[in-house]
Design a protein around this ligand. Structure first.
Ligand SMILES: [Zn+2]
Length: 309
């Protein structure tokens, strides 16, 4: 009987539930809008119905489901099993989601921060399969990361290791969502790129995708926005290299799907200027091959990785 897992990827706008194999093949998938406020308390009921359906599908396909993985934003403490605070998910804080699912199905249930789960996906399915010291960094609306040292995910004392989005990289920089100034997320995320472009042109744009489209059309200000954001991102990369000396940094998230290479080129140039040379030289930087599926694969991979420990 081949092994399978059920993955639950919880975000501020949608929740995705998947049934997947150890090879990363998705066999069933269901998405729904994230219930918020009072409705959040009933999320486990919707999830339990979907899980029950997926267990039936697995049985028909002769697959053994070895566990359920949950990827969540925030400082996830798997031992407490409670949903941590997340600014985009009102009503979810402290919900005992893991235990409610565990009680119903009597299967191992593992929860992890979503960026950490994505790093696990890179380790189990992706670019970092053969690496034991690597960092996964996602640049999309925000910036997050997951850190592997000696083949193990680093969680930190308060479960917030890898929060590189809030490393301060610029004095007198942009105001971050966390309230501070010059955080990497405020300088280089997709949201930041859109804000920089709006400031340069006076035109409002919805997100980094619009800036990317403008840069493809040859818009010089769009190119400048990517370069400015990339420059600060390079400072963040250099800090990561100097502290951890990873053998590999995997880059994921929407900003790296942009056809423009300006962001990454500028980032690497700045990184080389700032990083300790032996750390820079021993670190490869690669784009993720998992693209849009990283959330689903992350939630699945925490189950498979855990079963191998
Ligand atoms: Zn911040």
């Amino acid at each position: 009987m081949s092994k399978a897992a059920i993955g639950i990827d919880i975000g501020g706008t949608k929740i995705s539930v998947t049934l997947g194999t150890e090879k990363g093949k998705i066999l069933a998938e269901k998405r729904f809008s994230t219930p918020l406020y009072a409705q959040a308390k009933k999320a486990h009921e919707i999830l339990n119905d979907i899980i029950a359906d997926f267990l039936k599908i697995a049985k028909l396909k002769n697959l053994r489901v070895i566990g359920i993985g949950i990827g969540l934003p925030g400082a996830v403490n798997d031992r407490s099993g409670k949903v941590p605070y997340s600014p985009n998910m009102p009503g979810w804080e402290n919900l005992p989601l893991k235990n409610k699912i565990k009680k119903r199905f009597r299967l191992p249930v593992i929860s992890a921060n979503d960026a950490n789960a994505a790093a696990c996906a890179e380790k189990f399915f992706g670019t970092a399969k053969n690496n034991s010291d690597f960092v996964y960094i996602t640049v999309s609306t925000g910036i997050g990361s997951g850190v592997f040292v000696n083949g193990k995910l680093v969680e930190g004392a308060g479960f917030s290791a890898g929060e590189i989005g809030h490393i301060s990289v610029v004095d007198n920089g942009n105001r971050c969502g966390c309230g501070r100034i010059g955080c990497l997320e405020a300088q280089s995320s997709g949201t930041a790129i859109a804000k920089i472009y709006s400031k340069l042109t006076g035109r409002k744009v919805a997100g980094a995708k619009d800036v990317s489209d403008a840069s493809v059309r040859g818009d010089a200000k769009a190119k400048q926005a990517f370069e400015m954001a990339g420059n600060d991102f390079g400072a963040g990369l250099a800090i990561v290299m100097n502290v951890l000396n990873p053998e590999l940094i995997v880059l994921g998230g929407g900003v790296f799907n942009s056809p423009s290479e300006l962001f990454l080129k500028r980032a690497m140039k700045r990184c080389e200027e700032l990083a300790w040379s032996p750390a820079f030289k021993s670190c490869q930087v690669k784009k993720s091959i998992l693209k849009g599926h990283v959330g689903d694969l992350g939630a699945l991979s925490i189950v498979f990785l855990n079963s191998k420990l």
